[in-house]
Design a protein around this ligand. Structure first.
Ligand SMILES: NC(=[NH2+])NCCC[C@H](N)C(=O)O
Ligand SMILES: [Mn+2]
Length: 302
């Protein structure tokens, strides 16, 4: 598979420095080699521009959204680079950075496919807060609501105005930390969610079957796959901004990623929330590399 890596060194959405070092840490740990040894071709490595804002400036451009302007401009730049990549027929693989980057990557993939897009969101959180419901004002907890057209800031209008996706084409797996206000938004938009409890009760295989069936029933043609490493259990990923207990193990995560890539419908991928500054004894780094091995192997078979 021909791939462009798009680095997005941003921490503003999480308000916890360190995650902006994720992309370069992964590159320094030879992920280009890992991908190429399996037979993929890395065409280009883009770097998204992220302007500098100080801690004191975090509410300077919006009272309710931390680092609003910094996140907006970075996502615009990401969206343009991702759209270019799709136009060249190359798979964009976005290296985060925090999950606020989902705003730009969904905007670009949706535009390219004329809004005929499903989003699979593998995450401990549902990331569907709005300005009103967010307990933190951290934009990495809001990319799905923004992509669904909630709110009316410039973040809603990247590449084209308004709603990028439909809620019944959004599939969240691995959730176990949901804020009170998020439940109503999930319901309003008919979002499909498999909570960790569902995965524990039914087993990951049964959940994957349900997911694949729904994709088929809806005649899904294009998927944006957004992978947050905090979907893994906190013991496996101490190096992430918001680790949560009772998460997926490596084997479950691996099965899930393989089955999704094997649909041959994945058009763009995010890999987010690795914070090397919070890592302990390289535990997270090792698991990040493990998961990137899974992605690269599966992609090489396409
Ligand atoms: N992408 C993430 N790690 N999101 C964490 C979100 C945490 C919390 N729900 C919030 O909105 O602040
Ligand atoms: Mn997330």
């Amino acid at each position: 598979m021909k791939i462009n890596f798009i680095k997005v060194p941003i921490f503003y959405g999480s308000d916890r420095p360190g995650v902006e070092l994720g992309p370069d840490t992964m590159i320094q740990n030879n992920i280009i080699d890992i991908f190429e040894k399996k037979g993929n071709i890395i065409k280009k490595i883009f770097n998204t521009n992220v302007d500098k804002y100080s801690e004191q400036e975090k509410f300077a451009t919006s009272k309710k959204l931390k680092y609003y302007k910094g996140i907006l401009d970075a996502n615009k730049d990401l969206a343009n680079k991702l759209y270019e990549t799709l136009k060249e027929g190359i798979l964009p693989f976005v290296l985060g950075g925090d999950h606020s980057l989902g705003i730009g990557s969904i905007a670009a993939t949706s535009k390219f496919h004329n809004k005929d897009l499903a989003v699979i969101w593998i995450d401990a959180h549902t990331d569907i807060n709005t300005i009103e419901t967010s307990p933190s004002a951290n934009i990495h907890g809001m990319p799905l609501s923004i992509s669904l057209g909630e709110g009316n800031t410039e973040l809603n209008n990247i590449l084209f105005n308004g709603k990028k996706i439909n809620g019944n084409n959004v599939y969240i797996l691995g959730a176990r930390s949901v804020d009170d206000g998020e439940y109503g938004i999930l319901e309003k938009h008919n979002v499909n969610v498999w909570y960790m409890n569902d995965i524990k009760e039914k087993g990951i295989e049964a959940c994957i079957e349900e997911l694949l069936l729904k994709l088929k029933e809806k005649n899904t043609k294009n998927i944006h796959l957004s992978y947050d490493i905090d979907s893994l259990d906190e013991k496996l990923v101490p190096g992430t901004g918001t680790p949560e207990k009772d998460g997926m193990n490596i084997e479950q995560s691996e099965k899930l990623i393989k089955s999704i890539i094997q649909t041959k419908l994945v058009r763009s991928i995010d890999f987010v929330e690795f914070n090397p500054m919070k890592d302990i004894n390289d535990i997270t780094l090792k698991n990040v590399i493990k998961m990137l091995n899974v992605f690269s192997l599966e992609l090489s078979k396409l």
